[in-house]
Design a protein around this ligand. Structure first.
Ligand code: AMP
Length: 214
């Protein structure tokens, strides 16, 4: 059982590295942002309520997210990679009631790099796959504006637009980062300005070294 939480500001590469870890460890990536975006697409009650908060770059009320996270983590008996929860003190307290954690990986990037990476981020309207169209972006779509996987149109998320990004980065610094203090001895901080393959290598090194000692 390996339970990993990913932390870091928007554009740090959590989703990208998380997806690479899924292949290596054979455990699922639970991304709360993606789950909420799916709910919006499916026009569920949760999606309808969440949209207004998300478009402005604000956090959705904790009780709405905690329910869907709890359902998933209880189900995954080999472990999971959780991206996007907990995001503030209230959620950290809720998470304490749900499960324990083995690794907290924190991806650190300066604000200008977050903004640069998010400006190039594009998401497939159909399947949610994520690309980056900056010259050094990863992964780059093979055909401009089209998803490699399903051919869907690539769009910029409403909350990847400048005003919402500012708000999301502020929320991370003000509400999310301080909760790391609670998990001190399980926290591993990485320089996420490095190329993706190097960040991935360092992440797996941390986990593999400790798992080998178990
Ligand atoms: P993300 O893709 O993780 O940046 O999440 C996108 C948006 O979804 C955030 O800006 C929030 O509005 C919402 N969201 C995702 N996870 C949470 C959470 N744990 N608590 C509250 N809102 C969340």
């Amino acid at each position: 059982m390996i339970r990993i939480l990913l932390f870091g500001p928007q554009g740090a590469g959590k989703g990208t590295i998380g997806a690479m870890m899924v292949d290596k460890y054979g455990i699922p990536l639970i991304g709360t942002g993606q789950m909420l975006r799916d709910a919006i697409k499916e026009e569920t009650e949760l999606g309808k309520t969440a949209k207004g908060y998300m478009d402005k770059g604000n956090l959705v009320p904790a009780e709405l997210v905690a329910g869907i996270v709890n359902e998933r983590v209880q189900k995954e008996n080999k472990g999971y990679i959780l991206d996007g929860f907990p995001r503030n003190l209230e959620q950290a307290e809720m998470f304490d009631q749900m499960d324990d954690v083995d690794y907290i990986i924190v991806f650190e990037v300066p604000k200008d790099m977050s903004l640069y990476r998010l400006s190039g981020r594009r998401t497939c309207k159909e399947c949610g796959a994520v690309y980056n169209v900056n010259p050094d972006g990863f992964p780059h779509p093979k055909e401009e504006g089209r998803c490699d996987k399903c051919g869907g149109e690539l769009i910029q998320r409403d909350d990847d637009k400048p005003e919402a990004i500012e708000q999301r980065l502020k929320t991370y610094q003000r509400e999310t980062k301080p909760i790391l203090e609670r998990y001190k001895h399980k926290v591993f901080t990485l320089d996420a300005t490095l190329p993706v393959d190097q960040i991935f290598e360092k992440t797996t090194e941390i986990i593999d070294k400790k798992e080998a000692r178990k």
